[in-house]
Design a protein around this ligand. Sequence first.
Ligand SMILES: NC(=O)C1=CN([C@@H]2O[C@H](COP(=O)(O)OP(=O)(O)OC[C@H]3O[C@@H](n4cnc5c(N)ncnc54)[C@H](OP(=O)(O)O)[C@@H]3O)[C@@H](O)[C@H]2O)[C@@H](O)CC1
Ligand SMILES: [K+]
Length: 514
Amino acid sequence: MIQTPYPVEILTAAQMARADSLTIAEGVSGMSLMEKAADAVARAANQFLQKSSGRRVLVLCGPGNNGGDGYVAARLLRSPRIKVRVASLTPRDELHGDALAAASAWDGPVEPTETASFQGVDLVIDALFGAGLSRDIQGPAAELIQRLNKWRRESGQNVIAVDTPSGVDGSTGAVRGVAVEADATVTFFRLKSGHLLLPGRVHCGQIVCAHIGIRSRVLKDIAPNTFVNAPGYWLDSLPLPRIEGHKYVRGHAAVMSGGPSHTGAARLAAQAALRAGAGLVTLASPSAAMAINAGALTSVMIREADGAAGLTALLADPRLNAVALGPGLGVGPATRAQVEAALAPATNKRSCVLDADALTSFQHDPQSLWGLIGAAPGPVVLTPHAGEFARLFGAKEEPPAEAPVSKLERARAAARESGAIVLYKGPDTVVAAPDGRATILIEASPWLATAGSGDTLTGIIAGLLAQGMEPLTAASCGAWMHARAAAIFGPGLIADDIAATLPQVWRELTPAPT
Ligand SMILES: NC(=O)C1=CN([C@@H]2O[C@H](COP(=O)(O)OP(=O)(O)OC[C@H]3O[C@@H](n4cnc5c(N)ncnc54)[C@H](OP(=O)(O)O)[C@@H]3O)[C@@H](O)[C@H]2O)[C@@H](O)CC1
Ligand SMILES: [K+]
């Protein structure tokens, strides 16, 4: 069984500060948290050093408690075998609180960072800025980070970041001016959204989340609503076929096909819906494309459905409980009419996935789509990529540097505005619900950037919705399965391979028979 490597909740920097203060209020000292945090950093450093022949560590310390973690890690790491140097951005007498205590307990020399040399260093610990980063990095700190990144690229040596790579905004993943490129990042208690959102994710390298003595019960007070999109979040609600079940209890999904020269996208989606576990999948095909579709399908059923009227007639069958529209449909009034048909009131609680042309067809009048979604008989999932997202939700003007708006918050705002589950695609796919809950995907594969990949995702989600999965979890699980299949298949992946690899993904998620 595949394990989720992290606790499921994701915190903002402010929520993490609250977790710290609730813990300190319970009687745990800030210094004890810092000792444990630094211990986790030192353990990660030791692991890196075991893989290399060198044993010389340079710790770069900043002005706050992130720097404090650095001083303690330096003390814990130093040994007859491991040579540790400390360089600080700030003179010791300008430090305060736990950072000052930590610096005072370091009895070795402290160099100014301006003149600190990387010559002969095997590993750097970046303890410059963490959760307290509050503005763009400039001046000597920026020059230091540039020098560090250059050294890392040229020497091939490793950098471990404490809490966040300095310069990465822990909540948004944005780079504030310049940011450390790390090989590993050791964070504490729970991941922060900036670890998973781009570009932060790329700066983090491998992410370690260490326990430092903050109890999970503080989360009751904090009530986080962002979660790691990995099996830990949705595995309990994954629909598994039951021995006494039959195909009709596994739901029936419909996918609308485009015209004769645009049929492949819908077939990819239909095939994926079946592989995602829907009991039956029907491809609704325009009459002019029937022969082409029929010739290319086996397990997917096919029914003639011309335009919106044809789709309405098909959906009159209440057993069709999930419908996917968009791939290959074309942009224009005909597709809008089909979306209206799919979202029209119905006697059954029918779910709907809208993708690609079904979204772009509403670019000049998104309000009318929100109206349809509001009146729809069941949940609606929108799956825009960045371009479609901008067309539908407006490419908001560049946010001021002081307050970068993250992909997470934009997806959340879009879900609230549209009334739909919004799956904002990318290597850091975010799924957000109108009630504010959201997930960030941790599984990613560069091979997913291939024609038809999005159509397949649409189908997987429709297949999971057909089986009655709650829509935020269905969309999240669908995105994870899609990325996992691509990661398993790897090089040379084309969209057809994604559905073909789903059985292997299911095997990873399904308990082995005992
Ligand atoms: N709390 C706890 O119990 C625990 C916390 N822990 C650790 O503490 C870290 C958070 O510590 P922190 O809050 O002191 O913030 P930190 O990241 O060190 O930076 C603040 C300093 O940087 C400065 N500064 C900011 N931006 C700047 C810029 N662009 N350019 C230049 N300066 C800038 C800022 O200056 P100011 O804005 O005040 O002028 C201030 O001096 C957290 O990441 C974790 O590692 C762990 O030990 C576990 C227990
Ligand atoms: K750092």
